[in-house]
Design a protein around this ligand. Structure first.
Ligand code: MV4
Length: 445
């Protein structure tokens, strides 16, 4: 087992990883930018190394500085968390070449899923359903026109180097195609330095349902059931839950098998997630694979009673998994508590937290790095915590969530708490009748 893990991240996820490492008897190293000197992840770690100035590219994205911190602290493994370098194959490769275990998949697996056209081709070969569309890169707007006529509008254009919604264009009718083609290409080039785009039939009002999987170094794979992440706004997830209110035993079986095929197709090693679009007829289509631990991993942990970070560390250290699948025994919901103003287009609200009281009690979990006096820097994402509730039924998990949100006091910055309070009382949310378009018509009062 590893003796010392360097956590190449910050905020709540750095704390989350340290907690498990400590339970496993592994020493921890925090890295921090000068904006994060007073962060809890620095105080909770056994050692901490400053890796640069506030801008991410000068600290949390600076591979040379992070590798120096690994060297001076003698860490034998690196956990990247989510975001930052978590899906950077170059970083994973550099770690491995220096004999430092990158706690995640191999660089080849990251690359296989990073390019969306390659990922889609791999899935087709493996027999995983994908959204109908053209095979490969679009070579011209004429080709795009022909293809769109064949499959019928609406269609969607996506960047092959994209993901998470960046650089997408939905096209409802032919007269819009040329402009959308040009802007999608230009946006792809400026965002990803790669102007490759491809086309798919647009799936209307889909749910976003993802399957958590795990694979070990010996070819064993299992799934750990689903999370419903349909409550999103501009591709930012706000609420996640497991099980999905839309799920049936039969659909879970089919999606679970498809997710395992997807992971097996690339000999996936580590924990990961297969994202699917699910239409109202329960047809499901592979969307992307996330080769990292995700923000919302906690809902899975709560419903199957299983520490995913521990599993990820064990797999990286060469342990075997049993290969049996895991099914929800409880219902869990997670609300993302962001320093954003929900009354003002969710605009970031950095600054000093003057008052901080976090909820507790039966069925409540808070993963947060917030404390009274903490200053939220403006340089990074705005997540200040995750509130997770777990109960026997969805209705009880919602009731506990409402109660816990009512106890949550954060003063000094605006938060998403008022949004979540209203959502937990929303008829459509309570009935489970929602899809990825739900928040477009949601009005905060
Ligand atoms: C789609 C789609 C409909 N049809 N693809 C958004 C993020 C990126 N991973 C892909 N996305 C979508 N792809 C087809 N063929 C609708 C979306 C989409 C979406 C997906 C999941 C969650 C929220 C979303 C919001 C808008 C669009």
């Amino acid at each position: 087992m590893f003796k010392k893990i360097l956590i190449a991240n910050r905020g709540e996820i750095a704390l989350r990883i340290m907690r498990t490492a400590r339970e496993m008897g592994i020493k921890t190293v925090a890295v921090y930018s000068t904006a994060d000197r007073d962060s809890l992840h620095v105080r909770f770690a056994d050692e901490a190394v400053c890796i640069g100035t506030p801008q991410s590219r000068d600290s949390y994205l600076n591979i040379a500085n992070i590798m120096s911190a690994v060297e001076i602290t003698n860490a034998d493994a690196v956990h990247p968390g989510y975001g930052f370098l978590a899906e950077n194959s170059r970083f994973a490769r550099i770690c491995n070449e220096h004999g430092i275990k990158f706690i995640g998949p191999n660089p080849e697996m990251i690359d296989a899923m990073g390019d969306k056209i390659t990922a889609k081709e791999t899935m087709i070969k493996a027999g995983v359903p994908v959204v109908p569309g053209g095979e490969g890169l679009l070579k011209s707007v004429e080709e795009a026109k022909g293809l769109a006529r064949e499959m019928g509008y609406p269609i969607i254009l996506k960047a092959t180097a994209g993901g998470g919604g960046k650089g997408m264009r939905i096209v409802a009718e032919e007269f819009e195609l040329e402009k959308a083609y040009d802007t999608a290409k230009a946006e792809a080039l400026s965002s990803f330095k790669n102007d490759g785009i491809y086309m798919e039939k647009f799936v209307e009002e889909p749910r976003h349902i993802e399957i958590q999987i795990a694979g070990d170094q010996y070819g064993n794979v299992c799934h750990l059931s689903e999370r419903d992440c349909s409550i999103q706004r501009r591709h930012q997830k706000l609420v996640e839950e497991s099980p999905s209110p839309f799920m049936t035993t039969e659909l879970r079986y089919k999606m679970g098998e498809a997710a395992k095929k997807a992971a097996a197709a690339i000999n996936y090693e580590s924990v990961g997630t297969i994202e699917f679009l699910v239409d109202k007829h329960s047809n499901f289509y592979f969307m992307e694979m996330n080769t990292r631990i995700q923000v919302e991993h906690c809902v899975t942990e709560e419903v199957i009673n299983y520490d995913l970070i521990k599993e990820q560390i064990l797999i990286a250290a060469g342990h075997r998994i049993s290969g049996k699948d895991y099914f929800p025994q409880m219902h869990a919901i997670e609300c993302r508590i962001n320093a954003e103003d929900p009354y003002n287009d969710f605009r970031p609200s950095p600054g000093k937290i003057t008052v901080c009281h976090q909820p507790g009690g039966h069925g409540v979990r808070v993963d947060s790095h917030a404390y009274a006096g903490y200053v939220i820097p403006p340089y990074y994402d705005s997540i200040i915590g995750k509130l997770i509730t777990v109960a026997q039924t969805r209705q009880e998990a919602i009731q506990t969530m409402y109660r816990a949100l009512s106890e949550y006091v954060i003063e000094g910055v605006k938060t998403t708490i008022p949004f979540h309070l209203q959502l937990m009382r929303d008829k459509r949310f309570i009935s489970g009748d929602f899809n990825t378009k739900f928040l477009e018509s949601f009005k905060l009062r």
